[in-house]
Each structure stands twice: as structure tokens, then as C-alpha cells.
Write a protein that binds this ligand. Structure first.
Ligand SMILES: *[C@@H]1O[C@H](CO)[C@@H](O)[C@H](O)[C@H]1NC(C)=O
Ligand SMILES: *[C@@H]1O[C@H](CO)[C@@H](O)[C@H](O)[C@H]1NC(C)=O
Ligand SMILES: *[C@@H]1O[C@H](CO)[C@@H](O)[C@H](O)[C@H]1NC(C)=O
Ligand SMILES: *[C@@H]1O[C@H](CO)[C@@H](O)[C@H](O)[C@H]1NC(C)=O
Ligand SMILES: *[C@@H]1O[C@H](CO)[C@@H](O)[C@H](O)[C@H]1NC(C)=O
Length: 442
């Protein structure tokens, strides 16, 4: 009984969100969509009244579950207040001022759909690349590598957040970001209100192109896993919990490395060269002699099945920088060897990776890899975490957070701007030069 009630709630919410999405799409200006919202509100009331009527009539043995029911009623009431609030306030407009490389939709999408599709808790946002909507935008996003001083917004309004957006690192920036993130001529003090990057101290922390680890059977807020088709049993716990990897025993090759850039600020290529003196390393791409095309294709991905270890070496040793290489390895059944500037213990479960920084020298690392190679039990330890965690290849949380923060009334009054975004981005906590690492680990 109580189950069906709590289930009803999220779906009601989604229905309402869809209705408002349609309303918003069909009427372009803010004010007319407000009128539509009033219509939605009326529908919302009707639906909610009907639902509570039905669930109350179902509650025959009320005395037993009174407490639970009161609790749930309070929860439902709170949710309705949330929905009402969301519906009363006009959606926040997010304007992509620059493209993201060649994508005007930032690979995220346009309109309200992305926020609904991602299962965001707050979906009251509309993404657009239509510059005519500048004046009514709440956030204006600039991909830092594509900002052009002759092509900046002509106006800004005090409530708007101008957002410094960047997934990549800029390790070697003659300060302040000359010619790279923001050419000095267009670099204005206090230009950006918020940062949106892979660094966890960003105003909005986003890692969409990289990945994430999530406990298995996780649910996003207000989002249940899909219902099963008719006559389908749930996955067998006995099988799920005893998943093994027999094909691992057959692997004959040691270390694979795929790299498209060489040389790099991290000088990973120099470390790998030294490592290959002690253990077999197959180097695919520009830094080596082997190649698999097209890159990231299914065929190239399956090459990994021949190897025991995968070098997830970043091109720069920068704070909080963990790229998709790491998650690629974790997705496949291969052990990542990481080389990067992030605290990996914050990103993945214990014993899911090997960190180059834990070894005094490439030779020490090679010795350890050989030990794992000759001891299946030790090697298999690196897969235990897969029983409890799954890899998310394209986490949407950052975009959901952006929408939630734009709608957060507590942040409305918080005026913020970065006097010098380069100070935060490169100077305060610089990337560690690979040359320094190599000196201390050879
Ligand atoms: C963007 O560029 C990529 C690779 O260069 C290409 O595959 C893709 O089709 C382009 N997309 C658009 C929208 O132009
Ligand atoms: C946007 O706002 C500015 C400043 O308030 C105003 O001068 C300009 O005409 C507005 N643009 C549009 C398209 O409404
Ligand atoms: C950054 O690059 C410039 C020129 O490319 C070079 O002179 C400088 O030494 C580099 N700085 C660092 C810290 O790598
Ligand atoms: C391991 O390799 C052998 C011989 O190549 C093959 O017969 C067997 O099926 C493989 N086992 C697994 C689990 O892939
Ligand atoms: C954004 O930054 C501008 C320029 O520094 C400032 O005038 C404005 O008040 C800031 N807005 C918010 C919401 O922080």
C-alpha cells in the first residue's frame, strides 16, 4: 500500500514535468509560458486530489500504519510544494554563448528535455544557443578555449551568471592564460561569476565526458530503475554476486598504452619508455609503433581483452583531473595503472587501480606487475570492487547541479565574480610538471 503511494509520486512528478516541457516548447516567451504554468497548476491540483482520495480509500488498516502514512503524507505535501514552486517560477534560461568545439548544443542538448532526460531533481531550465535570448538568460556559458574578444555579449544584467566552462586542463599557461584560455586583450577582471569545470572546487563540478563510479543498484533522486518487461525475473543475486572473469586467466600480454598526444606536460611518454625497459608495453597511437583505427571503435576496445594492464596516464598532472582513460579501463576488465594529479582514492574504490606514484621507480612498478602476472589470486583482487560498483561513462550530475543552482533561492542573493579566473585556474594550485615527478621517481 505505502509502496504504491510512494511510487505514484515520482511518476506524477515526471508527468507534470513533461506537461510543463511541452508548454515551454510551444510558447517561446517567458510571460506566455507563465500563463501556461497556471493551467498546469490547476491540473496538478486535480491530479493530486484524485491520488490522495484513492490512497486514503485504500487505507483500511490505517491504525497499523498511521505513523508511516502521516510521514508519507508530509513527504507528498512537501513534494507538491516543491512542484508548485517550480511551476510558479519561470524556467531559467541557459545560453551557450560559444559552441563546445563544433557542437552548438554543447553535446548536452537544447530546451528542457536534457534536464528531464538526465533525471535531474530540478528540471526548471531551458538550454539554448539562440543569442537573441541573451537578455532573458540566467546563465551564459563560455567554453574557455573558444572565447573571442570581438564576439562577447554586448550587455550583461546583474542577475546573470557568466560561466567559465572547461573540461580540459591548461597546464602550461603563461599567465593569465595568454592565447589559450582567454587572450589577454579580452581578459577582463570580474568577468566570470561562476566556474564550471572538472575541478571539484568549481561552482558547478562537471565531469560529463570522463566518467564516474556509482554503487550498484543506485537510483538518482526521484528516479527508479526501469520496470521489467512482463514475465521477466529480476537478475539472480547469486549470479550477480558471484560474477567471475574466467577469460582473464587467458590473457598473455602485459601493458597496453593508447595515446594520441606526444610529447606532453606530464612527460608520461618518458615514464613509459623507462618502464618498457623492464616489462612488455604495447604502445598504440602517435607515441609508439602500433595503431588501431578507428580509435575507440568496438574492435579497438576489444583489443584490451588481450592485456592485463592499461596505462591510464594523463597528459598533465593537474588538480582533480581524471579523464575518460581511467573509466575506459575500469569499464573493461583490465587493471588501470594511473598517472595523474588527482587524489584517485576519492574517485574509485580501493584496489581498483594501481598508482604509479606508489612506486619508487618504473622498475619497482614493473616488478609488482610481474608479481601480479604470476599470481592469479592477487591479480583477481583488482576486480572484487566490480561486485559493488558500476562505471557511469557519461555522468550528468554536473548539468543537473547547474539547473538546481540556478533555481536555488538561497543563491539568488549571493553576488560572486572571479577577479582573475586564471588565478584560480592555474596559479593558486598549478599542475605538477612531469619533469619534477620523473626526477624523484627514477
Ligand atoms: C564535429 O566534428 C566531429 C569530428 O571532427 C564530426 O564527427 C562531427 O560530425 C561534427 N559534428 C557537427 C555537428 O558538425
Ligand atoms: C537587452 O538589454 C539591453 C540593456 O538593457 C538593451 O539595450 C537591449 O536593447 C536589449 N536587447 C534586446 C534584444 O531586447
Ligand atoms: C610553457 O611553454 C613555453 C613555450 O611553449 C616554455 O617556454 C615554458 O618553459 C613552458 N613552461 C612550463 C612550466 O612548462
Ligand atoms: C582460453 O583459451 C583456450 C585456448 O585458446 C580456449 O579454448 C578457452 O575457451 C579460453 N577460455 C576462456 C574462458 O576464454
Ligand atoms: C556577476 O558579475 C558581474 C560583474 O562582476 C556583477 O556585476 C554581477 O553582480 C554578478 N552577478 C552575480 C549574480 O553574481
Amino acid at each position: 500500500m505505502s509502496k504504491s503511494k510512494s511510487k505514484m509520486n515520482p511518476s506524477l512528478r515526471i508527468v507534470l514535468q513533461r506537461i510543463s516541457a511541452i508548454a515551454v516548447r510551444s510558447i517561446p516567451t517567458r510571460f506566455s509560458s507563465v500563463f501556461n504554468f497556471v493551467g498546469c497548476l490547476a491540473m496538478c491540483y486535480l491530479l493530486v486530489t484524485a491520488i490522495s482520495f484513492v490512497s486514503r480509500n485504500n487505507n483500511d488498516n490505517r491504525s497499523i500504519e498511521t505513523n508511516e502514512i502521516v510521514q508519507e503524507d508530509i513527504q507528498i505535501a512537501e513534494e507538491i510544494v516543491d512542484i508548485k514552486k517550480e511551476m510558479e517560477s519561470p524556467p531559467k534560461t541557459i545560453l551557450y554563448w560559444t559552441p563546445y568545439y563544433n557542437r552548438t548544443d554543447f553535446t548536452v542538448g537544447l530546451g528542457q528535455d536534457p534536464f528531464i532526460k538526465f533525471g535531474c531533481k530540478v528540471t526548471n531550465c531551458i538550454a539554448t544557443s539562440d543569442r537573441k535570448l541573451l537578455n532573458q538568460s540566467d546563465a551564459v556559458i563560455f567554453h574557455a578555449l573558444q572565447v573571442n574578444s570581438r564576439d562577447l555579449p554586448a550587455h550583461r544584467h546583474p542577475h546573470q551568471r557568466f560561466i567559465f566552462f572547461l573540461y580540459e586542463t591548461i597546464p602550461n599557461t603563461s599567465i593569465p592564460c595568454v592565447g589559450k584560455c582567454l587572450p589577454s586583450s579580452q581578459y577582463k577582471p570580474h568577468y566570470f561569476n561562476w566556474t564550471m569545470t572538472h575541478r571539484r572546487d568549481s561552482d558547478v563540478y562537471v565531469a560529463e565526458p570522463y566518467g564516474a563510479i556509482a554503487p550498484k543498484y543506485w537510483t538518482l533522486p526521484n528516479q527508479l530503475p526501469d520496470e521489467l518487461p512482463p514475465d521477466t525475473l529480476p537478475a539472480n543475486p547469486a549470479v550477480l554476486l558471484n560474477r567471475n572473469y574466467p577469460h582473464l586467466a587467458n590473457r598473455t600480454k602485459m601493458v597496453a598504452w593508447f595515446a594520441s598526444h606526444c610529447p606532453t606536460h606530464s612527460q608520461r611518454e618518458d615514464y613509459v619508455k623507462e618502464l618498457s625497459n623492464f616489462i612488455e608495453v604495447d604502445i598504440y597511437g602517435k607515441c609508439g609503433t602500433m595503431e588501431c583505427l578507428p580509435r575507440n571503435s568496438h574492435r579497438c576496445e576489444s583489443l584490451l581483452d588481450n592485456y592485463k594492464f592499461y596505462l591510464a596516464a594523463e597528459n598533465s598532472l593537474c588538480p582533480d583531473y581524471v579523464s575518460e582513460k581511467f573509466y575506459r579501463a575500469l569499464t573493461n576488465d583490465i587493471v588501470p595503472i594511473v598517472y595523474g594529479g588527482a587524489d584517485y582514492t576519492q574517485y574509485a574504490p580501493p584496489h581498483s587501480f594501481i598508482n604509479i606514484a606508489d612506486f619508487k621507480s618504473p622498475k619497482d612498478l614493473a616488478d609488482y606487475l610481474k608479481l601480479l602476472d604470476t599470481n592469479d589470486a592477487l591479480y583477481m583482487e583488482y576486480f572484487q570492487w566490480k561486485k559493488h560498483y558500476a562505471v557511469v561513462r557519461s555522468p550528468k550530475k554536473g548539468w543537473c547541479d547547474l539547473c538546481a543552482k540556478l533555481n536555488d533561492p538561497n543563491l539568488e542573493k549571493k553576488i560572486k565574480s572571479y577577479e582573475d579566473v586564471a588565478e584560480w585556474w592555474v596559479r593558486k594550485l598549478p599542475c605538477y610538471p612531469g619533469s619534477s615527478f620523473l626526477l624523484s621517481h627514477s
